[in-house]
Design a protein around this ligand. Structure first.
Ligand SMILES: *[C@@H]1O[C@H](CO)[C@@H](O)[C@H](O)[C@H]1NC(C)=O
Ligand SMILES: *[C@@H]1O[C@H](CO)[C@@H](O)[C@H](O)[C@H]1NC(C)=O
Ligand SMILES: *[C@@H]1O[C@H](CO)[C@@H](O)[C@H](O)[C@H]1NC(C)=O
Length: 448
C-alpha cells in the first residue's frame, strides 16, 4: 500500500540533473501545465493512474496526493484542481544598512557598537547597541563647526575609534577620586608678588632638556604612576640645576606600589607620593615602562645596586630617587609661582567625554556630552600663557602634558582654561621637593 510514488524515482532522477532541492517546492521544474494538460484532468479519491508525465516520471492529480504533503502532486495540482492560488515564496529578506545588505543574523560593527540583522515585526532590521563610544562623530563635528565658540578643535583619533567610552575612562585615565586625601592636605602658603608673575611661561623653554618627554600610557589606567614619576623627574632636573637629569620609572610605581593601589585600573596620588618618599624609585632604563599589570621585580627597599640598576656615572648616587612630603598648591598664582621656582607640578582633572577628541586650542568642556560618564586623570602642568579669543577677550590657559602620546592634542600637550578651575584642574595640584644628591658629593667623587 505504500504510495511513495514518483518522489523516490524523481529524487534520483532530479538529483542526477542537479536540482534535487526543487522537488518539494517545484522551483526549477518545467512550467507545465501537467494536470491541466491531461485528458482526465483532476480525479477524486485515490486513482494511481490519474497522473501526468513530468521529467521522465509521473506526477499525480488525484486527491490522495494531497496527503503526502504534495510531494507527488503535479506542480499545478493546487492551482488547477483546487483553485488555490499559491502565494509565491517571499523573497529572502535582508537588512539594508549604510549602503550594504546583511542577511539574517549577520553583524556589523559601527564605531564601538555591534549591529545585528534581526526580525522586527514582519521585517528584518539592523539593530545596533547604543553604548557611548570614545570617539563620537557628532561631538567631533559639532565642536569643529563651532570651534570659535568653544575655543578648541576636535579630531578623530584612530587609536580611540571603535572603543567604548567606558574603556577610555577605565584604561586611558587611571587616577582614583582625589577628594579623599586632598581634604586632609593643607595648601602651602608662599610669599611672592602675584603681579610679578610673567604672562607666559613654558618649562621646556626655561629648562631645555629637563622636562620629561610626552609618554604614552597605552590601554592601562596608569596616569597616577606616569604623572607622579614624570613630575618627580622634572623636579630632580630643575632643583639640581641639571645635575640629576633622570627619567624615573613609572613601572616601578605601577608594579611595586600595590598597597591600596590598582595598577592599570587606577591609583591614588597621595599613596604614590608616599611610596616615593618612603622607598623611592629607580630610573626608567633600569625598570622600563610596559604598561602592564606585572609583578614587582625589584626589592621595595634597598638601593640602586640591590635593585641591579647601573648608578648614574656623573653623580654619586646609590640611593633610589626619593622625595620629601607632597604638598598642595591652593590657587592659580600659587601654582604659577611653584612652577617657576622648582618645575612642573602634578594636577588632576575631571575628564569629560569630549576631552578625548581634543585636537588643539584652549580646552573647556562642552555640554555636548553632559549625561555621559566622567573620570579622573592626572597630568603635569608645565606652563601657562594667554591669547585673545574670537570676541577679543583675553583667554588665560595652562599648558599641560598628557600621557596619550605625541599624536594626540598639540604634540601630546593640551591647553586648558586657567583661573576658573576648569575640570577641577586647580583643585588638586601637588608638588614635592626632590632629594637630590648633594652637589658637594660629586666633587668628592671626582676629587675636585
Ligand atoms: C488538500 O489540501 C488543501 C490545502 O492544504 C486543503 O485545503 C484541501 O481541503 C485538501 N483536499 C483534500 C481533498 O484533502
Ligand atoms: C575615524 O577613524 C576611523 C579609523 O581611522 C574610521 O574608520 C572612522 O570612519 C573615522 N570616523 C569619523 C567620524 O571620521
Ligand atoms: C593665592 O593665594 C595667595 C596667598 O597664598 C594670594 O597672595 C594670591 O593673591 C592668591 N591668588 C589668587 C589668584 O587668588
Amino acid at each position: 500500500m505504500t504510495r511513495l510514488r514518483w518522489v523516490f524515482i524523481a529524487i534520483t532522477t532530479i538529483s542526477f540533473i542537479g536540482i534535487v532541492s526543487a522537488v518539494s517546492d517545484y522551483i526549477g521544474l518545467p512550467p507545465g501545465p501537467y494536470c491541466g494538460a491531461i485528458h482526465r484532468g483532476c480525479c477524486p479519491g485515490r486513482q494511481d493512474d490519474c497522473s501526468a508525465p513530468i521529467i521522465g516520471t509521473l506526477c499525480y492529480c488525484d486527491d490522495f496526493c494531497n496527503r503526502t504533503r504534495n510531494e507527488d502532486c503535479c506542480p499545478d495540482f493546487l492551482s488547477f484542481c483546487k483553485g488555490i492560488v499559491e502565494i509565491p515564496p517571499e523573497p529572502i529578506k535582508t537588512c539594508y544598512h549604510n549602503g550594504q545588505y546583511y542577511g539574517y543574523g549577520k553583524t556589523a560593527k559601527e564605531n564601538c557598537n555591534i549591529c545585528k540583522c534581526e526580525p522586527m515585526g514582519n521585517d528584518l532590521k539592523m539593530l545596533c547597541e547604543t553604548n557611548a563610544c570614545l570617539m563620537e562623530e557628532n561631538i567631533i563635528s559639532t565642536v569643529n563647526d563651532m570651534s570659535e565658540h568653544y575655543g578648541w578643535t576636535a579630531s578623530n583619533y584612530s587609536e580611540f575609534w571603535g572603543r567604548h567610552l567606558d574603556e577610555g575612562i577605565k584604561l586611558r585615565l587611571g587616577t582614583l577620586q582625589p577628594h579623599r586625601f586632598v581634604r586632609t592636605m593643607n595648601p602651602v602658603r608662599r610669599i611672592y608678588d602675584p603681579n610679578a608673575l610673567p604672562r607666559f611661561f613654558d618649562a621646556e623653554e626655561k629648562w631645555p632638556g629637563y622636562v620629561t618627554p610626552i609618554q604614552n600610557q597605552g590601554w592601562c589606567g596608569s596616569s597616577w604612576a606616569l604623572s607622579t614619576a614624570a613630575t618627580a623627574s622634572d623636579r630632580f632636573a630643575v632643583v639640581s640645576q641639571g645635575l640629576e637629569r633622570v627619567q624615573l620609572s613609572a613601572q616601578n610605581l605601577l608594579s611595586c606600589n600595590n598597597r591600596g593601589q590598582q595598577s592599570c585600573n587606577g591609583g591614588y596620588l597621595d599613596k604614590a607620593w608616599l611610596f616615593l618618599r618612603k622607598f623611592g624609585v629607580v630610573d626608567e632604563n633600569c625598570y622600563p615602562y610596559t604598561g602592564h599589570d606585572e609583578k614587582c621585580r625589584i626589592p621595595k627597599k634597598g638601593n640602586l645596586l640591590t635593585s641591579r640598576c647601573a648608578p648614574p656615572y656623573d653623580v654619586d648616587r646609590k640611593e633610589k630617587y626619593k622625595v620629601g612630603p607632597a604638598y598642595r598648591l591652593g590657587n592659580e598664582t600659587d601654582i604659577m609661582y611653584e612652577i617657576i621656582q622648582s618645575g612642573p607640578v602634578q594636577a588632576t582633572i575631571k575628564v569629560y567625554h569630549d576631552f578625548f577628541s581634543y585636537r588643539g586650542g584652549v580646552y573647556r568642556h562642552t555640554d555636548l556630552s553632559a549625561q555621559d560618564r566622567t573620570g579622573y586623570h592626572s597630568v603635569r602642568i608645565i606652563g601657562w600663557g594667554q591669547e585673545q579669543d574670537y570676541r577679543g577677550r583675553v583667554q588665560k590657559y595652562w599648558k599641560v602634558a598628557n600621557s596619550w602620546g605625541r599624536e594626540w592634542g598639540e604634540n601630546g600637550y593640551f591647553r586648558i582654561v586657567r583661573g576658573t578651575n576648569e575640570c577641577e584642574i586647580e583643585s588638586f595640584v601637588l608638588a614635592t621637593w626632590p632629594l637630590t644628591v648633594d652637589p658637594v658629593s660629586k666633587n668628592d667623587v671626582y676629587g675636585i
